[in-house]
Design a protein around this ligand. Sequence first.
Ligand SMILES: *[C@@H]1O[C@H](CO)[C@@H](O)[C@H](O)[C@H]1NC(C)=O
Ligand SMILES: *[C@@H]1O[C@H](CO)[C@@H](O)[C@H](O)[C@H]1NC(C)=O
Ligand SMILES: *[C@@H]1O[C@H](CO)[C@@H](O)[C@H](O)[C@H]1NC(C)=O
Ligand SMILES: *[C@@H]1O[C@H](CO)[C@@H](O)[C@H](O)[C@H]1NC(C)=O
Ligand SMILES: *[C@@H]1O[C@H](CO)[C@@H](O)[C@H](O)[C@H]1NC(C)=O
Length: 414
Amino acid sequence: MKFFALITLLFLALSVNDAVPVTSKPTVISLVKQANEKSNWLNVRKIHQVRALVKYQKLVKTAYASDKDVLNQLELAISGKSGGKTGEVDLTVEVSGNIDIGYFGPITIGGQTFNTIFDTGSSDLWVPSAGCNSKACKQHEPFDTKASKTFKLLNKDFKIQYGTGNVSGITAQDNLVVGGVESKGQIFGLTNEESDDFANVPFDGIMGMALNQLSAENATTPFSNMVSQGSVNNPFFGFHLQRSLDKGDTGSLTLGGVDNSKFDGSITFSKLVNNQGFWEIGLDDASVNGKPLNFNGRSAIIDTGTTLVVIPEEDAKKIHNLIPGATQINGTFVVPCNTNVNVAFTFAGVSYNIDPRDLAIQPTGINNTCASGISAGNIGGNTTWLVGDVFLKNVYSVYNIQDLTVGFAPSKIK
Ligand SMILES: *[C@@H]1O[C@H](CO)[C@@H](O)[C@H](O)[C@H]1NC(C)=O
Ligand SMILES: *[C@@H]1O[C@H](CO)[C@@H](O)[C@H](O)[C@H]1NC(C)=O
Ligand SMILES: *[C@@H]1O[C@H](CO)[C@@H](O)[C@H](O)[C@H]1NC(C)=O
Ligand SMILES: *[C@@H]1O[C@H](CO)[C@@H](O)[C@H](O)[C@H]1NC(C)=O
Ligand SMILES: *[C@@H]1O[C@H](CO)[C@@H](O)[C@H](O)[C@H]1NC(C)=O
């Protein structure tokens, strides 16, 4: 998740399809996009990378247990000393590039409405409590425990570390409704403390949509509860992530179904490759302008809450070597801003193209290059890829908690 704490936000139209809470129909929630228009490109790239590293620190620690360099990098990132902090972002460079940072929408807990990021890379739900004095909490309406008759305090401490940010508080229970679908007695977190990374953002909290075993609150996730309580007909949900450059196109999250108007053809599914709790599937290969890279044995964590694609350095090099005009500036991969290269990822035998506009994420101001949406980073060892919105904006993605599969179909922009 967690690449959202950047400063300049562009608010796009929020439209909520007020779905009726019936089980026969899937429910569609329109997504709002948080787009960042200004920022020093190197800092932006670094923030995204650092946050991926911290978010996946458990994987990093396991995969790189004997690699001091990587562990040091991680320690710096966790301590906030590696330059990934929001406060260090240089806002003086004006750019016209496009970065879509996070996707969020409204939910209600105990009848009170909050905007949360929908994050397939984590499994906890939290919103601010009235007792929280952090700057981020003060900027958002807290949960009012007295205003809900169904509220129950569980009083267990929880703590979650996201990217450069962290939150802590206590757990509670109440009825949750998302797009008209209810999860009764949902366990969630009420924060007592939020780091400043959650200040100046247009969302109040996060709703995790990965699997139960990743929950720091030891909770059953909202979607799992909706399925077991029979609030949805199908054990899957689907995402269409809109692109700010496609003005007028709206993103959607569909619970218990898919939004057929948002994709072409059929959805092809892949089985999860392990039971760690991430939406992690096998990746067949990647190609550049039709030329296969012959990657073998790679897996991909599918994460709507991560902005970039973050992959092992060696793999990133192989891809950029085939992109005309791509190079590295101070260790960061860059591509020509006007590139029309076709980079594609293949899952379950089907290739999905990445729109070149998603690859050239932000002008560097140097030789007409843009920072690349495919970034080098150590997450789960040299075969694990972290696949975020740079790729996911190009597909309709479907997540099935019963079959334990992730499916894609080419996205349809309207
Ligand atoms: C939370 O993050 C802040 C910096 O963002 C750090 O100073 C603090 O130590 C962290 N707290 C915990 C409990 O990790
Ligand atoms: C979750 O479970 C672990 C292990 O049993 C426990 O240490 C921790 O306190 C629990 N946390 C919450 C928020 O319930
Ligand atoms: C690259 O790093 C050097 C040394 O830190 C710095 O002087 C230079 O400005 C950097 N280049 C860019 C494009 O940021
Ligand atoms: C920009 O292009 C010029 C001319 O090709 C080259 O000499 C220079 O090294 C390039 N700058 C960077 C930072 O790559
Ligand atoms: C990953 O690293 C291991 C150990 O260093 C090495 O044996 C293996 O060939 C590497 N795999 C790839 C795909 O680079």
